[in-house]
Write a protein that binds this ligand. Structure first.
Ligand code: URA
Ligand code: SF4
Length: 214
C-alpha cells in the first residue's frame, strides 16, 4: 500500500452523467491502483428510478469478468433472498462501494478476494455518490461491514443496527437523502458461515423489513 498514488475518482466522474455515462467513464478511472489488476470497472445495475439501492462491497471474480454486479455465487444467494422477502427484483438497483475487484492469489480457478482498504473506499466514493444522486432511492440496504463503514464510518458494526430502519447520516450529504437505511449481513458471509440456514433466514428477515417500506 505504501507509496500508492490515490488521487480519488472525482476527476473521472463526468458532470451531469447518465448511468450509461458512468459505466463507460469508470473504465478510465485511475483514482486508486485497483484498476491495474482488474478486468474492468463494475458500476451498479438496475432501473434509474429504483426505490431501493442494495450496496455491497466490491465486484467479485465473476462480476469482474462479466462487468455486472452480483452475478456470482453471492449474487445468486441475494436474488433468492430478495424473492423470499417478496422484493421485486425490478425495484432494486444493485451496486458496490468499490468499483474494481481487489484480489491476490488464485485458488482453483478463482482469484482470491481481498477486502478493499478504507483508502480504496474513500478514493472510489465519488462513483457511488454519482449513482445515488441519479437513482435517488427511497431506501438503501447496506450489505455487510464494508458498506456500513463506507456510509457510517469505521466504528460501524453490522450487529449493532441490523434489521432496523436507521437514518442516512448527516455526515454524508446528498440532495435527496434516502428516507431510511437498513443494515444487514453480506450474502458472502452467509455462504461462509457454518449455520448457513440460520444466516440465510436472518438475511431474509432483515430484507422483509425493507420490503414493508416499499
Ligand atoms: N459481493 C459484492 O459485494 N458485490 C458484488 O457485486 C458481488 C459480490
Ligand atoms: Fe477508480 Fe474506484 Fe477503480 Fe480505484 S477502485 S480505480 S477509485 S473506480
Amino acid at each position: 500500500m505504501a507509496g500508492e498514488e490515490r488521487p480519488g475518482a472525482q476527476q473521472w466522474v463526468p458532470s451531469d452523467p447518465t448511468l450509461a455515462d458512468l459505466r463507460s467513464a469508470v473504465q478510465e478511472c485511475r483514482g486508486c491502483e485497483l484498476y491495474r489488476d482488474a478486468t474492468q470497472g463494475v458500476m451498479g445495475e438496475g432501473r434509474p428510478d429504483a426505490p431501493l439501492v442494495l450496496l455491497g462491497e466490491q465486484p467479485g471474480d465473476r462480476e469482474d469478468v462479466e462487468g455486472e454486479p452480483f452475478v456470482g455465487p453471492a449474487g445468486k444467494l441475494l436474488d433468492r433472498a430478495l424473492g423470499d422477502a417478496d422484493i421485486d427484483p425490478d425495484d432494486v438497483f444493485r451496486t458496490n462501494v468499490v468499483k474494481h475487484f481487489r484480489w491476490k492469489g488464485v485458488r482453483g480457478k478463482r482469484r482470491i478476494h481481498q477486502s478493499p482498504h478504507k483508502a480504496h473506499v474513500e478514493a472510489c466514493s465519488p462513483w457511488l455518490d454519482a449513482e445515488l444522486r441519479l437513482v435517488r432511492p427511497t431506501g438503501v440496504v447496506l450489505l455487510g461491514g464494508t458498506a456500513g463503514k463506507a456510509v457510517y464510518g469505521s466504528s460501524f458494526k453490522v450487529g449493532e443496527t441490523r434489521g432496523r430502519l436507521i437514518e442516512w447520516p448527516e455526515s454524508r450529504p446528498l440532495d435527496h437523502r434516502p428516507a431510511w437505511v437498513l443494515t444487514t449481513t453480506h450474502p458472502s458471509a452467509v455462504l461462509r458461515t457454518d449455520d448457513r440456514e440460520a444466516a440465510y433466514a436472518a438475511l431474509v428477515d432483515d430484507l422483509r423489513v425493507a420490503a414493508a417500506e416499499l
